[in-house]
Write a protein that binds this ligand. Structure first.
Ligand code: C5P
Length: 246
């Protein structure tokens, strides 16, 4: 194990975002004049401890090469797969030659452009010492119901429920093996933590900001614009800058 593990970021961006009712995949929709994905990756690039950001794009992607990220020296892109987990695995495979098993990987959804540097630091600080790894999440606020058809079957205790957000941070070796095993067993994997949980581990839950929303449906876009503007006004975010700084 190297004395100082490095940090890598992986951004699965190969989805088609069918719930957005838009021709353009949601990671490329215009957010304050810039594609969603560029906002997302710019925050990760602005963290000096992150060695490189690996972006998984769809084989049918028509937008990536037009972004300011395509030529960036700290951005590498790979072809994603048919599921989110397959896209993440493709990105992890590209790290095989360059990274150590014990390096940390932060996996972050392309469609979450409102992540703050403060939350990245919080995750890194709290998870660094944890034996398994951990994720950002925020507690559920509403009363939660389970339904059968459209009838309510039960009220679920919300005290123990969290929204799982990203980034999700794990050691490279543990994450890759857990994802490979879960996919091999055909277990449904909607985030990295679910694969790691399935492998028998208990990741740490780190409280993150609730404005770290995932753009999923049309109403989310103006909300994301509002959050970005609020963060800028409060000094939680710097104006967008993708170029390498000297
Ligand atoms: O569809 P959903 O919102 O859950 O997707 C979460 C993230 O996973 C998005 O950033 C999306 O682009 C990515 N994804 C991917 N490859 C797929 C499907 C989704 O990289 N095949």
């Amino acid at each position: 194990m190297s004395l100082f593990p490095r940090y890598w970021a992986v951004v699965p961006a190969a989805g088609i975002g069918s719930r957005m009712q838009s021709e353009c995949p949601k990671q490329y929709l215009n957010l304050l004049g810039t594609p969603v994905l560029v906002h997302t990756v710019a925050t990760l690039l602005s963290h000096t401890a992150i060695t490189q950001v690996i972006v998984a794009v769809s084989p049918e992607d028509e937008h990536w090469m037009d972004t300011a990220l395509a030529e960036h020296p700290r951005v590498h892109f790979v072809t994603g797969g048919s599921t989110r987990a397959a896209s993440v695995l493709a990105a992890l495979s590209s790290l095989e030659e360059r990274a150590d098993e014990h390096d940390f990987v932060l996996v972050h959804d392309a469609a979450r452009p409102c992540l703050t540097l403060h939350d990245v630091n919080k995750l890194m600080t709290e998870v660094r010492q944890h034996p398994v790894g951990g994720i950002l999440g925020c507690p559920v606020r509403d009363t939660m119901k389970r339904t059968r058809g459209s009838d309510i079957e039960a009220t679920v205790e919300r005290e123990e429920l969290w929204h799982a957000l990203t980034p999700q941070m794990f050691r490279l070796g543990l994450l890759r093996n857990s994802l490979l095993d879960a996919l091999g067993a055909e277990v449904g994997v909607t985030d990295e933590a679910s694969a790691v949980e399935w492998a028998g581990f208990r990741p740490l839950m780190v409280t993150g900001r609730s404005d770290n929303l995932k753009i999923t449906e049309p109403l989310d876009l103006p909300l994301a614009e509002f959050y970005l503007q609020q963060q800028l006004a409060q000094g939680l975010r710097l104006p967008l800058l993708v170029e390498e700084q000297d």
